[in-house]
Design a protein around this ligand. Sequence first.
Ligand code: AVJ
Length: 320
Amino acid sequence: QQQLGPNLTFYDLYPPTTDLLAEVQQSLSRETPSLHPKFFYDEAGSSLFDAITRTPEYYPTRTEVALLQRYAGDIHDRLGQPHTIAEPGAGGCEKVRLLLDAWAPEHYMPLEISRECLLGASRKLAQDFPAVQISAVCADYCQAFTMPQSLSQPGRVVFFPGSTIGNFEPRERLAFLQGLHGLAGPGGALLIGADLQKDPARLDAAYNDSAGHTAAFNLNALTHLNDSLGCQFDISGFRHLAFYNADHERIEMHLECLQDQQVAVGDRVISLPAGTRIHTENSYKFTVEGFSALLTRAGFQPAGCWVDDDNLFSLHLALV
Ligand code: AVJ
């Protein structure tokens, strides 16, 4: 661990030994090729996602921020005084500022896979919140990792906004929530965002913004692989595809191959015939009741739910 300032400690738990190349070779060689959404989030991808959140069509972020601003006090009333907020996938650590202001916890622990993004965001936060001890943990929250001993006070409030829970497949989603139950620990809680089911046209628009930031975000996953793993995707040979799959109650994002491609991925050549779709993301959409039942199944006790006036998005509080 590295002490980066009076109230900022950095822990690098991201396993460099993870063989990302093997993972990519395997997931692209499947009958239906796919890429894990984590490949979206290099520096370019993180700033493209930031641009998406500012488009008129992508309502989740602004709707959730408004809920946090409006109900941070109510949520606090049901929590008592939390000593620690832990945030898996903290990204730019923007939304948590609302909670740090409203709740003034002693300790904040962002967990983020993108090291540059984590360091930049937590340095700014440490300056803006000198009274909060920040433990910045570079880790892949989808993989099991052991929490450093010094961070192991149970009773954390785990903050998991954005409806990022929607990226998980149903089985993994339950396992992940059970993992968050462990991260929170006895006396802890989970504050989690869940995007709600709605008019498919509204959902389709949110993932096909007219400015094209979502298309660039999707395609950037291939640029990230070219830059970081030496793959040789011809990016101009793919197009962004995003649509609501009503049967599965999810938005699907794909990269469709426009002409036959033989792509070098490490020591392998992956053939992608024209029309092949690389499945890059699912964003499942929920109902309030269904999500509450899911939290119960994961071992939590639902303790509150807040929804915006247009029923677009939901914030759920659940206790360990
Ligand atoms: C950050 C995963 C919540 O699923 O809506 C935004 C990512 N993908 N536009 C989402 C995303 C396309 C976003 N999450």
